[in-house]
Write a protein that binds this ligand. Structure first.
Ligand SMILES: NC(=O)c1ccc[n+]([C@@H]2O[C@H](COP(=O)([O-])OP(=O)(O)OC[C@H]3O[C@@H](n4cnc5c(N)ncnc54)[C@H](OP(=O)(O)O)[C@@H]3O)[C@@H](O)[C@H]2O)c1
Length: 243
């Protein structure tokens, strides 16, 4: 029986690396993103093993398109909520409702309602939230991102407790600072919108960023090798456990 895995935000960065590692581990991967080009190049890298869906997981119709792409046969073994956006960047004192909702729709609503939609297919499977250190501390200029990741962390804890009886294991991973397009975007921010930007530029120039492949390897280890009880019991931190 084929094991299917869904990775959101699979066209670039950490999601792309996780999609390729999961396909190498024998899963059929459904990679999701909005832009078609990175998804096509992902399919080219793992022909047949990765299929992709261009969809916005922040919208109900996008989530339905993801659900429709799961083949009727086989088991949906893994659902990885990795799609995320940093923006809007800047002080909360001037954030617009539209920009605020953009962030919350992708970073918070999408994981909740995609899990909900796929629940009947996920029995016996695992869900992994890609969290952030920003869920646990205030970072001026990242108010929308910090708030959304804090909400995602609480979703992980509540869904973990509620879905255990359905046989679905919900885990969470803090990847640390990873060398992806999101980090490139962070380094481009003006200091008046994001006061700590220089620290992120220095992390890059000193070679301190994690390789997405290494973090993806750890995520796949958690999904495929760690027993379900340990998988759910704490939010994993790549920085604490890297091998
Ligand atoms: N890099 C880090 O240092 C770091 C640290 C902590 C946590 N994280 C988290 O890691 C995850 C992956 O980020 P990354 O660093 O790999 O950056 P990234 O390359 O920007 O990846 C984000 C991916 O999400 C996709 N995406 C965004 N909105 C989407 C939507 N509405 N529907 C479908 N796909 C969407 C993007 O593709 P499209 O734009 O084509 O849709 C992109 O491929 C994020 O949740 C991020 O918050 C990253």
């Amino acid at each position: 029986m084929t094991d299917h895995a869904i990775v959101t935000g699979a066209g670039t960065g950490l999601g792309r690396a996780m999609a390729l590692k999961l396909s190498a581990a024998g899963c059929h991967v459904i990679g999701v993103g909005r832009r078609v080009e990175p998804l096509e190049s992902l399919e080219d890298e793992a022909p047949g093993a990765v299929t992709t869906v261009s969809a916005d997981v922040g919208l109900p119709e996008g989530r339905q398109a993801v659900a429709d792409a799961v083949p009727a046969d086989g088991q949906l073994r893994y659902l990885i909520h990795n799609a995320g956006v940093l923006e809007p960047v800047g002080p909360l004192s001037d954030v617009s409702l539209k920009d605020w909702h953009y962030s919350q729709a992708i970073n918070v609503e999408a994981p909740l309602f995609l899990t909900q939609l796929l629940l009947p297919r996920l029995i016996g499977g695992r869900v992994l939230h890609i969290s952030s250190g920003a869920a646990h501390r205030s970072i001026p200029g990242w108010g929308a991102y910090c708030t959304s990741k804090a909400a995602l962390h609480m979703l992980y804890m509540v869904l973990r407790d509620e879905l255990a009886e359905h046989g679905v294991a919900v885990g969470s991973l803090r990847p640390g600072v990873v060398d992806t397009p999101m980090q490139a975007l962070i380094r481009e921010q003006p200091e008046d919108r994001f006061p700590a930007v220089e620290r992120f530029r220095e992390l890059k120039s000193s070679g301190a960023l994690h390789d997405p492949d290494a973090v993806a390897g750890f995520a796949v280890h958690l999904l495929t090798e760690v027993d379900a009880e340990r998988f759910v019991e704490e939010e994993w931190e790549y920085d604490q456990h890297r091998r």
